[in-house]
Ligand binder design. Structure first.
Ligand code: NAD
Length: 493
């Protein structure tokens, strides 16, 4: 029988106050994986109260000590990497190679964030007055609310919660409804690593019943959100009006530019991995290729041939190259976009659900390639979040850059070329948070800032040397040891 899991509030594992639960399913097989609390605003209240209670002691715990707990969590994740990867594949479908990578991001982030415990550098600077000391230090903010999607169910919580905790905040964490199990493992690991009660609180449930009350809650000072642009902008409006800090990582419509001098074989490998890895459900997935007209047909042929040969199946099977979509609704969305694509381009591969044999039990869709798509066509502009790729012809780099930059989104972009001049021009001119040269649009490393422009973000960057920015306030401190009243801008003018 499927296990029933609980919320973690104030160090205790508890049911939703309403007693209600929701079920978690394997998207490849339909198997029931467990029940989780369908929490509500009253559970959010309890979690915020617990986080607020834990905050004073956690804030005063030396940062290197806080970081040691995060480091220990990293060690536990490393020891359990394979189990966690398997659980993730069962829960959200991506293949084992990729779920291992997702867990590895959690390990990398734990080590990187733990290092910040002994850095967290401030700035000292001379005062304009004699016998006066001036410096700026980072201070924690209080209780942070973390709301995450299902596509990187271990990595994304790690990017947010690890720096937030090292910085001295306490947290309320609401994971996506499609991936509660990974969040449960995450909290269990931090509990085993010795995190004090109430520092991390986990509340399962829907966006409406848990996410919205978090955004509205006066006890939560920061919301760190990753998910779709429409939901994120709604949160920015409501939370911003309450004076909260809102850090948003949202949608993408990432382009790979292929110029006429590109290595087409390398570009083909990279495009396939970027477009169909995680079944197209990465925020950095490549969903449009801006290809020079001279090589459009040759590239289209290579991509279509290879896309047709990709093996669909349960991600736990080592032969599988493309797993299921996360749920039935996502299959509907993809099918709707493919119907639109039939009017907007030429279907070169895929274009239909896959339901033969055991695939009928899951949410499978064939890797799909459309060629000859116009730059402003819906399938070339809107985020589909599925295995659908549109090839758009361009005449030169300038046009490719203009098409890339006209997007509502600005997360990742890539260019394939052998010409160092055009590569550098693209690095300068592509207006995305991440740019790759001769590499696909996916594959960010945790020690570089991660995030996007326009509809993808609101100026924050996660991970990298910027990881503490969403979760700390700068405090400027002046120490006057002159023993007399010294007035800046007045007594030294
Ligand atoms: P989603 O916006 O539907 O949900 C994200 C989270 O927000 C979930 O936990 C959900 O329950 C919660 N939520 C939903 N409505 C809410 C509300 N009104 N108030 C508060 N919380 C609410 O997104 P999803 O389907 O889970 O994830 C896919 C999206 O995430 C895609 O658009 C993808 O591009 C984006 N994404 C972005 C990044 C990035 O770093 N930029 C990374 C991964 C995914």
């Amino acid at each position: 029988m499927a296990e029933t899991h609980l919320n973690l509030i104030g160090g205790r594992w508890v049911k939703a106050r309403s007693g209600r639960t929701f079920a978690n399913h394997n998207p490849a097989t339909g198997e029931a994986l467990g029940d989780y609390p369908a929490s509500g605003p009253e559970d959010v209240d309890a979690a915020v109260a617990a986080a607020a209670k834990a905050y004073p002691a956690w804030r005063l715990t030396p940062a290197p000590k806080r970081a040691e707990i995060v480091f220990r969590a990293g060690e536990l994740i490393r020891a359990r990497k394979e189990d966690l990867a398997r659980a993730m594949t069962r829960e959200m479908g991506k293949i084992l190679v990729e779920t291992r990578g997702d867990v590895q991001e959690g390990i990398d982030m734990a080590y990187l964030a733990a290092g910040e415990g002994r850095r967290m550098y401030g700035v000292t600077t001379p005062s304009e007055m004699p016998n006066k000391w001036a410096m700026s230090v980072r201070a924690p903010i209080g209780v942070v609310g973390v709301i995450t999607p299902w596509n990187f169910p271990f990595a994304i919580p790690s990017w947010k919660l690890m720096p937030a905790l090292v910085a001295g905040n306490t947290a309320v964490f609401k994971p996506a409804g499609d991936t509660p199990e990974m969040a449960w493992h995450f909290a269990k690991i931090f509990e085993a690593a010795g995190l004090p009660a109430g520092v991390l609180n986990l509340v399962f449930g829907s966006g409406a019943q848990v996410g919205e009350p978090m955004v509205a809650h006066p006890g939560i000072a920061v919301i760190s959100f990753t998910g779709s642009t429409d939901v994120g902008l709604g949160i920015a409006g409501r939370g911003g009006a309450l004076g909260k800090r809102i850090s948003l990582e949202m949608g993408g419509k990432n382009a790979i530019i292929v110029l006429e001098d590109a290595d087409l074989s390398l570009a083909t490998d990279a495009i396939l991995w970027s477009a169909f890895g995680t079944t197209g459900q990465r925020c950095t997935a490549c969903s449009r290729v801006l290809v020079h007209e001279r090589v459009h047909d040759a590239l289209a042929q290579r991509l279509a041939e290879r896309a047709r040969r990709l093996t669909l199946g349960d991600g736990l099977d080592p032969a599988t190259e493309v797993g299921p979509l996360v749920n039935a609704k996502q299959v509907e969305t993809v099918a709707d976009y493919v119907a639109v694509g039939m009017q907007e381009g030429t279907l070169a591969a895929g274009g239909a659900r896959a339901a033969e044999g055991t695939l009928a039990r899951g949410h499978f869709f064939r890797p799909t390639v459309f060629t000859g798509v116009k730059a402003d066509a819906r399938i070339a502009v809107e985020e589909i979040f599925g295995p659908v790729l549109a090839l758009v012809k361009v005449t030169d780099l300038e046009e490719a850059v203009a098409v890339n930059n006209a997007s509502r989104y600005g997360l990742s972009s890539a260019i394939f070329t052998a010409d160092v001049h055009r590569a550098f021009a693209a690095m300068r001119d592509l207006e995305t948070g991440i740019v790759y040269v001769n590499h696909g649009t996916t594959g960010a490393e945790t020690h570089l800032p991660f995030g996007g422009t326009r509809g993808t973000g609101n100026g924050h960057r996660e991970a990298g040397h910027t990881m503490l920015d969403p979760f700390t306030e700068w405090k400027s401190i002046y120490v006057d040891f002159s023993g007399r009243l010294q007035r800046a801008q007045i007594d030294n003018a």
